[in-house]
Write a protein that binds this ligand. Structure first.
Ligand code: ZN
Length: 150
């Protein structure tokens, strides 16, 4: 299986940016994202949470290069001092840096030898997180973002 395709995605047009020079929207509306992450990127944007990067990782480095350890890193474009989504689903955590939420991270507790199993797992985790985001209150989350962003 090929590695995932990572590309610039515009949250305003909701499609990949093919030519930056000609693109009508500003760079701050573009996200470096894996295709599988676009549903999450769109939902976060609709909640007022802008992202700069949303990628999957399989952590194959180190002593066990054949073992896939699925993970997701979603880096926020605005750091806030408050856990704006409340309690996250199992496996997810807020990434803190200098007292502010810097990212939303998923780390699997399972490992997979077969990359396609790891990818199936990522797809399931993404689907669950999308469903979780659909339960969030957009008005309330936007208000928190406005109040607690720098
Ligand atoms: Zn655009």
């Amino acid at each position: 299986m090929d590695d995932l395709q990572v590309r610039d995605y515009c949250v305003q047009c909701k499609k990949p940016v093919t030519d930056c020079a000609k693109h009508e929207h500003q760079i701050r509306h573009s996200v470096l994202a894996d295709d599988v992450m676009l549903g999450i990127v769109d939902r976060l944007y609709d909640l007022g949470i802008a992202t700069v990067m949303a990628i999957c990782t399989f952590n194959r480095t180190g002593s066990a290069p054949d073992i896939n350890h699925p993970g997701i890193i979603i880096q926020l474009s605005e750091q806030v001092t408050y856990e704006m989504l409340g309690e996250l689903p199992a496996g997810w955590a807020y990434g803190w840096k200098d007292g502010k939420v810097f990212s939303l991270d998923f780390n699997d507790w399972c490992t997979y030898i077969d990359i396609s199993e790891a990818m199936t797992r990522i797809n399931a985790v993404v689907g669950e997180f999308e469903a979780y985001l659909d339960t969030r209150d957009a008005e309330g989350t936007r208000a928190i973002m406005l109040l607690t962003a720098d």
